[in-house]
Design a protein around this ligand. Structure first.
Ligand code: SF4
Length: 235
């Protein structure tokens, strides 16, 4: 289904009805019915969250997976939870988004030359997809890369899981990543020869509460990665 999509709109429509992972399917739908008390009066999306942003980005941000009460509720990746608040506020400060407000799909937020996608598109229990689920979901990311990646010059991987997904995406499209494969780290970079030309992969800690509440990832640290990415993408 992913490979057959001819446009990003087709891809988004196809992925939104994907049911390939039994564990994630069960979880995303259960959460959408039980809901969190504070969102009890809201409808939940309860489906895979497609990538979102510029249709021809220069920067691609790869995250982990939708949050159960974030994108699994709002239907837009990184929207409706504190990780997204942290990320989009930084994107606004660094010129990659038109505003910092990120609430739902009708909030007016627009990304500037940037696209955000998750390595796994359904909310996983405990925010922890398995490597097998990442492999099952990979064709959606691969197809998104094929359809939107022509102008991408920087890929930012939010966390090691996304780093490995991004490398696999490049490899699947016939690119070369070197051997041994570059290792994830905050601030790590890797020069990749991809099907869309030379791209820099940049590592950044994931803006999860585990990292932002403990100070492992500060706003200044994220700003620095995004600022560098923006500069490199325009060079
Ligand atoms: S995680 Fe990906 S492959 Fe699995 S059901 Fe969701 S969209 Fe489909």
């Amino acid at each position: 289904m992913a490979a057959a999509a001819r446009t990003i709109e087709e891809l988004d429509a196809e992925v939104s009805v994907c049911r390939a992972c039994p564990r994630l399917l069960q979880w995303r739908e259960e959460v959408a019915v039980v809901k969190r008390k504070s969102f009890a009066d809201q409808p939940y999306w309860g489906r895979p969250a497609p990538g979102w942003g510029s249709p021809r980005p220069r920067v691609m941000i790869v995250g982990l997976a939708p949050a159960a009460h974030g994108a699994n509720r709002t239907g837009r990746v990184f929207t409706g939870d504190r990780s997204g608040d942290f990320l989009f506020a930084s994107m606004h400060r660094t010129g990659l988004a038109n505003q910092s407000v990120c609430v739902d799909a009708a909030d007016g937020l627009a990304l500037i030359d940037t696209r955000v996608a998750a390595a796994v598109r359904c909310a996983p229990p405990a925010n922890a997809p398995t490597p097998a689920e990442r492999a099952t979901c990979a064709p959606w990311l691969d197809a998104e890369w094929q359809l939107t990646g022509a102008d991408v010059r920087v890929i930012i991987a939010l966390g090691g899981f996304a780093w490995r997904a991004a490398l696999q995406m490049i490899r699947s499209a016939g690119g070369t990543i070197g051997s041994p494969a570059p290792q994830f780290g905050h601030g790590a970079t890797a020069a990749l020869n991809t099907s869309h030309g030379d791209v820099t992969l940049m590592g950044c800690y994931h803006p999860s509460q585990q990292n932002t509440f403990t100070g492992k990832l500060t706003p200044a640290m994220l700003d620095e990665i995004l600022r560098q990415a923006r500069e490199r993408s325009q060079g």
